[in-house]
Design a protein around this ligand. Structure first.
Ligand SMILES: Cc1ncc(COP(=O)(O)O)c(C=O)c1O
Length: 376
């Protein structure tokens, strides 16, 4: 169990990350695998995940924020890092200084990138994101032509890529993914006709990489699959979930049948028995809704129901009448214990959400402990 005053931690299996990276890189070759490590590596810890992925076949990294790219650089990671959204002008200056690859989609940002590159004295790498239907960020096709043209015409910038992001790639039968790919190809063709070489072209997230082979193009940007979950049931190679959430039982108390527990007294013991207190709560990423959704915890290799409203720092578990649970026992909220396992996909069903939100939601005060991984 991890050292700490509170016996609760996330365990990250870096060999699982490496195995997933290797399987994905093999599947999509000759396309490059770009490991998406934003949101602190989907809660796993970005530097450690980045190193494991790069050692096992990923060629580059992607993050959402300049700050996330800076943290990787400060951890000593020199691999190419793509920013997935356009930063503010100050963010652009910092990104250029840190040799992060910019993604731009507005003409004003091109001017800011040019100024920053001149100041730093580099020819900064820039990619253009085109909105093909997700309608979140990215340029319209006409704006993409203008932005790419300005980048290509600049002596201070290098146009290294053109890319887009899918809206429904996790629904393999939805024809809209093909529509988005066709729109991306159209933008590329118009740029080609204008004599502008765009560099690499990419579109696929995990779902694209796994379920839409035609979308692999020059590079795939995989997040969820790298962490061991497929967004499309049954698609792609076997993947190993890398994250476990564990704690030790803080105390056990015996209560009579019919007694109600926690805030709101919403859980009533069906029979006399033991209630275990687990030192993890909603600040740690165990949502209150886990109780309403029928969530369970593994203790002694058996699933036991969450017994009442999850609180900020603690949750309760009904361990029944058998007296087989004691303070100090290992509790597994996500992960394997003996012959059973609970994964983030199961949590997502209990919580009516997606595994992404479960993994990213595990709070910063839960220590991350690493197993395996490349030699440092
Ligand atoms: C632009 C972009 N590309 C790639 C990804 C990775 O997606 P996934 O985790 O589904 O592989 C994300 C994640 O949300 C993203 O925003």
């Amino acid at each position: 169990m991890a050292e700490g005053f509170r016996p609760a931690f996330v365990e990250v299996d870096l060999d699982a990350i490496a195995q997933n990276a290797s399987a994905l890189a093999g599947l999509v070759a000759p396309a490059e695998l770009c490991a998406v490590v934003k949101a602190d590596g989907y809660g796993h810890g970005a530097p450690a995940v980045a190193r494991a992925a790069l050692s096992a076949g990923a060629g580059s990294l992607a993050v959402a924020l300049v700050e996330e790219g800076v943290a990787l650089r400060e951890a000593g990671i020199t691999a190419p890092i793509l920013l997935l959204s356009e930063p503010t002008p100050d963010g652009i200056a910092e990104a250029v200084a840190r040799r992060l690859t910019l993604t731009l989609y507005r003409p004003a940002a091109v001017a800011a990138a040019q100024r920053a590159a001149r100041r730093v004295g580099v020819r900064a790498a820039v990619e253009v994101k085109v909105d093909t239907g997700m309608h979140r960020v990215g340029a319209s096709e006409d704006d993409a032509l203008a932005v790419a043209g300005a980048i290509a015409a600049s002596a201070d910038l290098r146009l290294t890529g053109l890319w887009t992001h899918f809206a429904v790639a996790d629904e393999p039968d939805d024809p809209f993914t093909a529509t988005q790919l066709a729109r991306l190809a159209h933008t590329r063709a118009r740029l080609g006709a204008a004599g502008i070489a765009v560099g690499r072209v990419h579109a696929a997230n995990s779902a694209g990489a796994l379920a839409h082979p035609a979308s692999r193009l020059d590079l795939v940007r995989c997040g969820l699959a790298l962490y061991g979950y497929s967004p499309v049931a049954g698609a792609g190679p076997a993947l190993a979930p890398a994250l476990s959430l564990k704690a030790r039982v803080h105390l056990v108390r015996t209560l009579p049948a019919g007694e109600a527990t926690s805030y709101g007294r919403a859980y009533r013991l069906p029979r006399a028995g033991a209630v275990a207190v687990i030192p993890l709560g909603y600040h740690d990423g165990v949502p209150r809704a886990l109780f309403d959704g029928g969530g369970e915890v593994l203790i002694g290799g058996r699933r036991r129901p969450v017994a009442g409203t999850v609180t900020m720092d603690q949750l309760l578990v009904d361990c029944g009448p058998s007296g087989d649970v004691a303070a100090g026992d290992e509790a597994v909220l996500i992960g394997r214990q003996k012959d059973d396992a609970i994964d983030a996909a199961q949590w997502a069903r209990w919580l009516a959400t997606v595994p992404y939100e479960v993994l990213c939601g595990i709070g910063p005060r839960v220590p991350r402990v690493y197993r395996g991984g490349p030699p440092s």
